[in-house]
Ligand binder design. Sequence first.
Ligand code: ARG
Ligand code: ZN
Length: 477
Amino acid sequence: ADTETTASAPPDTPATTDTAPTTDTAVPDPERTREPDLGVGDDLFPDLGSSDVDVQSYLVRLTVDPSRDEIDGIVTIEAEIADDIAVMPLDQIGLDVDQVAVDGDEAEFELTDTELLVELPPDVASVVTVRIEYSFVPNGATSAVGLPSGWFVNAATDDSYVLNEPDGARSWMPSNDHPSDKAKWTFEVTVPPGTTAAANGELIARTSVDGDDVWIWAEFEPMPTYLVQLIVGSYEVVVADPVELASGREVPLTHVVPAGERTVFEAAFESIGPQMDFFEARFGPYPLERYGLAFVNDLSGLAMETQGRSMFGADDFAPEAPEFLQELLLSHELAHQWFGNAVSPATWGDIWLNESLATYAQWLWLDEAGLQPLDDFAAEMLARRQVDGESTGDPSVSELFGFLRYDGGAPIVHALRLTMGDDPFFELLSDWVADNADTSRTTDDFIDLATEVHRSDLTAFFDAWLFAGDLPDEYPS
Ligand code: ARG
Ligand code: ZN
C-alpha cells in the first residue's frame, strides 16, 4: 500500500495518466495462465471485486457535458495483481469501453455482463497501471437492496450526484468494486464554465482548460468505491473555518451547498463541533483528516456517509423541515466516519458493523440532545425487533439496509453494552477504530476484540443476539 501512485502528481498540473509501474521484486509467472477470481468470495455479491486485484490508487477523470447524454471517462488504476493471472478483472456494468492500456501499451480486453477483462502481457510486473477510456449513460436506479444506486441526473437542472452503496460504482466507472479494497483517489472533473464538481477529500485545484472548468479533488485516506462522492451542478463549495474540538484538535471543513444557499445550512454546520466532541469522548479521536457536509437537490429522507464529507438531501434541511430528522441524519452519517469509513466491512454481510453501530451512535446523540430518551427507545425497538425472522448478523441482499440493520440492529449493540459494562464497551468501540483504521474487517474480528476486552467468552451472547432471528425478551441487567 506504500507504492507511489499516479495520484501524487503535483496539484497544479493535471495528473498524468500513464506512469511506469513501481519496481517490484516478485518474480512473475512467465506463463500467466490462471483464470482470475471474478469475486472476493462475498456471499451476497459473488461477482463484486476480485481477490486477485488490490488497487493502490484510482485517478478518475470525467468530462460531464449536460448537453450530451453520455459522460466520458478515463480511469487510471494502479493495482497489485496476482502473479499468475492471465487477465485482470475489473467490475463494470454497461460501460462503453473504447480503449485499455496496461503500463502504457494498448491491451486487448473483453466485456462481460459484470466484468471488464484486461489481457495482461506475460512479462508484466505484479504492480500494473491500467488506463481505461470509456463512456457511459447515467442510469441511476433502485438496486437489489432497494436503495437508489448509480449516477443520477436531474434532466431539468442538469445537476447530478452518485450513490454507490453497495454496488453502484461499477455502473459509472471500472473498479474493484468491493469494500475490502481501499485505495487512494484523485478526481479530475471537467464541466462547463460556472458548473461545480465536488468529490471526496481536498480541493486541489480549480482551473480552466479550453474554456471548460476542471475541478481536481484528492482523497489520500484509504477509501473503497462505495464511499465515493461526486456532485456536479449548480453548487457552491464552502471552505469553512476548521472546527475546534474539545480535544484541542482542529478539523478542516469543506461543505457543498446549492449555489447561493449557504446560510440555510448554517445550523447544520454548527452541529458538527458538539457531535464530534460527543463521539470523540466515546469512540476515540475523529478518524479522518477532514470533514464537511454536502447538501444535494433531488434527494430526501436518505443520506450517505461519503468519506470525509457526508451527503444529505437539501430539502431535509429546509428551514421548515423537522429538527429530529436532521439531528438523526447528521449524527448517523458522522458516526459512520468511525464505523464504516475508518473501519470498513470486509464483506457486505458484515454491514451491521456499519449500520447498527452508527444507529446506536445516533441513539446516543438523540438522547444527549433531549430528542429521544435512550432507554425508552431501546426498549421499544427491542419489542419491535421480535417480529422478524432474519438475524441482524446474517443479512439477505433485499434486507441488507432494512430495519434489522438499523433500529432493529442497535438493540444488539445496547445489549452488548449492558453485558460488558460502560467502560469496557466504549473501550471496545474506540479500540476497534484505533486498531483497525484504514482496513476492512469482519464480524468475527469484532467478536474477537469484544471477547478480548471483556476477558470472557461472548459466543453465547452473539449467538443469542446477533445471529438469532428472535431476540431475548429483555435486555441483560
Ligand atoms: N449507508 C447509508 C446510511 O445509512 C444508507 C445507504 C445509502 N445507499 C444508497 N445506495 N442509497 O447512512
Ligand atoms: Zn448508515
